[in-house]
Design a protein around this ligand. Sequence first.
Ligand code: GTP
Ligand code: MG
Length: 316
Amino acid sequence: MSEVSYQEAEESSNTQNFRSGYVSIIGAPNVGKSTLLNTILGQKLAIVTPKPQTTRNQIRGIVTTDTHQMIFVDTPGLMDPKYLLQSEMVRTAYGAMRDADVTLLVVDVSRQNEAIETKIIEQLQKLKRIKKILVLNKVDLVDKPTLLPIIEGFHQQSVFDEIIPISAKTGDGIPFLLKHVTTFLPPGPLYFPEDQLSDLPERFFISETIREKVMLITKREVPYACAVVVEEFEKRKRKNSEDILYIRAIIYAEKQTQKQIIIGKGGNIIKRVGELARHDIQKFLDTHVFLELYVTVKTNWRRDTQKLKELGGFLD
Ligand SMILES: Nc1nc2c(ncn2[C@@H]2O[C@H](COP(=O)(O)OP(=O)(O)OP(=O)(O)O)[C@@H](O)[C@H]2O)c(=O)[nH]1
Ligand SMILES: [Mg+2]
């Protein structure tokens, strides 16, 4: 990524008028938080699937202009946790919400999650110093008569500084949303070099891409029971002296039966996961990729503190 050091970048900013800050993206599962992050950045940083509970960590994406820097923080969907991984997902999401300068509460207007959203709003109300924007997403799925009472209902709660309807998928309303976010940013420094898109390592994006493909292809409990760890990640030379990135990753399942499903008949599922993931990783890193995938069982990893730590930094 960037070679500009933090010091140089900070000096190059006009600290007088410059505005910057953290903008958390929170909400119930599946409302389109990660899609919103990707659309804002114009690049796919966060994985997206039609299944809830896709995102498990904070994913930071940085937008820098001459006048401001916004660090967007995508978070796991908020829910009532049933096991340790889910508790950690909720903890990390609320952590991002509390640490932000501006919070975007994303609601799916085609399918509201009232119980969860009421809880989130209760928490948000306690955070007086944070600017709050209600983002009504998926407006492409509803007509105006459906939208107006939703806006009115939230308006009457007087919690939000702005209520903005958007479609994260089509991009509708995003420039308007960004304009409001910038006006809510406090004066501040350049936290990251101006050409930096994220602070997460390439390794993370690789493992997430593989997990996305497993989540997309498999069904029932399997998508939720899998985790991916990149074990090896190395630039090598091909015989024809072209560069190739060699990646060895392990997909963890909780049970032998899940492992068999992920491998598939004659290896057809794991092969498909590999093809799709390799395609996306090559595009993301702009290099040839050789991807070697293994599937292994780690019993009950979602319910065990030590195992959760080993499988990709769910705990900080
Ligand atoms: N029609 C429509 N679909 C959308 C929109 N935004 C997101 N989606 C879809 O909604 C589904 C969930 O999107 P995500 O971005 O993964 O949602 P999320 O809130 O990050 O979900 P979790 O990470 O599970 O909490 C995907 O199938 C998206 O394509 C939108 O504006 N319109
Ligand atoms: Mg997500």
